[in-house]
Design a protein around this ligand. Structure first.
Ligand code: BGC
Length: 759
């Protein structure tokens, strides 16, 4: 009925009025109304129409894709890989006018760290240790995407990643389940707003369920073998946090999880996700993920794949066409219960109803540009980039730099690259428009002489699969002679300046999907160039642009100032300049351990003790060819000021199982400038039914302090923080045992207190 009404509005040319926001939902649609509307629709649907709703088809990415045909035939639940507002409206018109039931189509796209305004990559956002900034970034991304006609983002990616070789580490919050859960929930709130269907927001999707980040050897898509205890204690918490924050959809992962592919894993998608966590939304496969069950030799053919996926609890298939080909026949043949198919359809329809798509299927094309160019969005992006930066080294107070500098050289292949400044995972069709570091420096010092030389280019040895999807001719690689000339030019440029800023790291296509690598050093001839420039005896600052930890061993000893700027987004260059020249005091902290070598991966601070624990005489037996310790530990980051921690108090020496105890600490800014410190709380359980990690993050707070200012920060430790899933008991337990408690500035904090949990 309602759909028909809006069809009539559209037909009479009142499209803009219908979509101007005047009809946006100002409150969630009550559950009973959602249910009634879904049941009324379901009762009218044929088997083919039901299957249509469980099918997501490709839009613009593949020229051969014909989404309108799918819409006319049986309908399509969703369209992805299309980013064209006009086309969205045209196809929507087909969906709500031509097929019998007029069910609007749901447009999904990867809006990972911004739509037009690009925020720092998610790993960088996690380095802010500020969930509120991540929430606001997601809200801006949602507002822009929704204005352009997108209803659903395939984000947040909440995979824990402890292996820096894995390319997709850039898309998540790093290694830690506690920080990861906070960032997951923040992004869900930001994308979805206060309720599903809130104006200017989109449906979020927690992905890739689960444990995709534990790929063997850090190789993308490789199988994952993770025992249940570690799944539940480490890999699942961010997913559960997303459910608790009300996420409306989940995406299953590609790979085998303990020999059962995630996309066909009933334990994962039904028993845990719905049974234990009470997830009420729908699950979509990853791209081609149902067909993938055949590639993994889990399903014998397409029919088997469709059956295994749907019966495991997967509701919508992304782009591999097995559902439309086989689901109806599976029901007709009695292999798949009609009730099970209906359940999946209900979940998809319920989300569409909640999003208000039936009332407002179209997008107001006239409004798009004004939303996308809102200057407030760029302000947020600059703030987010400033807050995400991590100062790794600052010998002799090399930073901040004086604004009186008159001559500087900027070198490095990333210094003036818009695409690499915006980083991995651009929205399909987006044209990079970032302020580069070079541009940011020029804007900061308009009177100075700033010479730029990129040095030799850097490239992947094996080109990215995604490059093949971008039309147009590819730039041929530099010849060795061209690279040598570029190298010499960079050295000469450096020689002519008073100070050198080297902007180095990884190109955007060196991290992300299908972008794993074995080594973590600076690719190409960057380190060689850095050495040549340091050898000139000039002050050198290294600004890193990268989407994963890098093993910058030489630089960490020889370059006095190192700023980890990640892939900082649209306003990245300004934010780097703000930090380098002291307008902003960096306060970010590493959300992931930096290993000394790719060969040391995976490495995290929350590892269990060993026969030769850290600091023990036999410690170095763990590798004879180098220290096994991190280059930079989890939680690490410096500031232009200094902080002192004191007065650590655990409110009671003993707490009962199930009870809560307050832990407080004073943090004081002991330096001369205002700055932020991230106060971090770690615990270690000293004995128990299982061995527990030597450090686990169980609280954090980023606080801003003026010089001399002191603040008391209080955390609570209770069952949520002290319980764990026990491998020996095969259930959640809280042990009555002794705990170490540390509070400080990173995961090596030494300020210690004892806590005993009693029965
Ligand atoms: C990725 C997902 C993404 C999907 C749709 C897949 O290859 O693994 O993260 O959401 O494509 O673009």
């Amino acid at each position: 009925m309602r759909a028909m009404k809006w069809t009539a509005v559209a037909a009479t040319g009142l499209l803009a009025a219908a979509s101007s926001g005047a009809f946006a939902q100002t409150a969630p649609i009550p559950d009973d109304q959602v249910k009634a509307r879904v049941e009324a629709l379901l009762a009218q649907m044929t088997l083919e129409e039901k299957v249509g709703q469980l099918t997501q088809v490709a839009g613009g990415l593949f020229p051969e894709a014909k989404p309108e045909e799918a819409l006319r035939k049986g309908g399509a639940g969703s369209i992805l890989w299309l980013n064209d507002t006009k086309k969205f409206n045209e196809l929507q018109k087909v969906a709500v006018e031509e097929p019998r039931l007029k069910i609007p189509v749901l447009y999904g796209l990867d809006v990972i760290h911004g739509y037009r305004t690009i925020f720092p990559v998610p790993l960088a956002m996690a380095a802010s240790w500020d969930p509120s900034v991540h929430e606001r970034a997601a809200a801006v991304a949602a507002k822009e995407a929704r204005a352009a006609g997108i209803h659903w983002t395939f984000a947040p990616m909440v995979d824990i990643a402890r292996d820096a070789r894995w390319g997709r580490i850039v898309e998540g919050a790093g290694e830690d389940p506690y920080l990861g859960a906070a960032m997951a929930a923040a992004q869900v709130r930001g994308f979805q707003g206060p309720y599903l269907g809130a104006p200017d927001h989109v449906l979020a999707c927690a992905k890739h369920f689960g444990a995709y980040g534990a790929a063997d050897g850090g190789r993308d898509y490789d199988p994952v073998y993770v025992p249940e205890g570690r799944l539940r204690n480490v890999y699942f918490p961010p997913f559960q946090a997303a459910v608790n924050a009300g996420v409306g959809s989940f995406m299953s992962a590609y790979m085998d999880l303990n020999d059962v592919p995630a996309g066909g894993n009933r334990w994962l998608l039904t028993d845990v996700l719905r049974g234990e966590w009470g997830f009420k939304g729908f699950v979509v496969s990853d791209a081609m993920g149902v067909g993938n069950l055949e590639i993994l030799h889990f399903a014998r053919d397409g029919r088997d794949a469709a059956w295994k996926a749907l019966s495991a609890g997967l509701d919508m298939e992304m782009a591999s066409g097995r559902f439309p080909q086989h689901l109806a026949a599976l029901v007709k043949d009695g292999q798949l219960a009609a009730a099970q198919l209906d359940e999946a359809v209900r979940r998809v329809l319920a989300v569409k109803v909640r999003l208000g798509l039936f009332e407002k299927p179209y997008t107001d094309e006239a409004r798009v540009e004004s939303v996308l160019t809102d200057p407030a969005h760029r302000k947020e992006a600059r703030l987010a980039a400033q807050r995400s930066m991590v100062l790794l080294r600052n010998e002799g107070k090399a930073l901040p730099l004086p604004k009186t500098l008159t001559s500087l050289a900027v070198i490095g292949p990333l210094a003036d690259s818009k695409a690499d400044t915006e980083g991995s995972w651009m929205v399909f069709g987006h044209v990079p428009a970032a302020v580069t570091v070079l541009e940011g420096l020029k804007a900061k010092l308009p009177g100075a002489k700033i010479d730029y030389a990129p040095g030799p280019e850097i490239r992947r040895d094996v080109p990215s699969f995604f490059e093949t999807l971008i039309p147009g001719p590819k730039k041929p690689p530099q010849t060795p002679a061209e690279a040598e000339a570029a190298f010499q030019k960079a050295v000469e440029t450096a020689r002519g300046a008073d100070l050198v800023i080297a902007v180095m790291g990884e190109r955007a296509d060196m991290s992300g999907e299908a972008a794993s690598r074995a080594l973590l050093d600076l690719p190409g001839r960057q380190e060689e160039l850095l050495k040549a420039v340091v050898a000139l005896g000039k002050p050198v600052v290294l600004v890193l642009l990268n989407g994963r930890p890098l093993s910058i061993n030489w630089a960490s000893q020889n370059v006095p100032a190192i700023l980890e700027a990640w892939e900082p987004g649209t306003e990245g260059g300004h934010a780097v300049a703000d930090v380098l020249f002291g307008d902003v005091n960096p306060g970010g902290k590493l959300p992931v351990t930096f290993p000394r070598s790719g060969a040391h991966s995976p490495l995290s601070s929350a590892r269990n003790l060993t026969h030769s624990p850290e600091g023990a005489p036999m410690y170095n037996v763990r590798y004879w060819d180098g220290a096994p310790t991190p280059l930079y530990p989890f939680g690490y980051g410096l500031s232009y000021t200094t902080f002192a921690f004191s007065n650590l108090k655990v409110a009671a020496l003993q707490v009962q199982v199930g009870g809560k105890v307050a832990v407080s600490v004073d943090v004081t800014n002991t330096g001369a400038v205002a700055g932020d410190e991230v106060v971090q709380l770690y615990v270690h359980q000293k004995a128990g039914r299982d061995s527990r990690p030597m450090r686990e993050l169980k609280g954090f707070r980023r606080v801003g302090l003026k010089p001399g200012e002191k603040q008391t920060v209080t955390f609570a430790l209770g069952p949520d923080e002290l319980r764990y899933w026990s491998t020996s008991q095969r259930r959640w337990v809280q042990d009555a045992e002794a705990f170490d408690v540390w509070v400080g500035a990173d995961s090596t904090a030494t300020l210690h207190a004892d806590l005993t949990v009693v029965p």
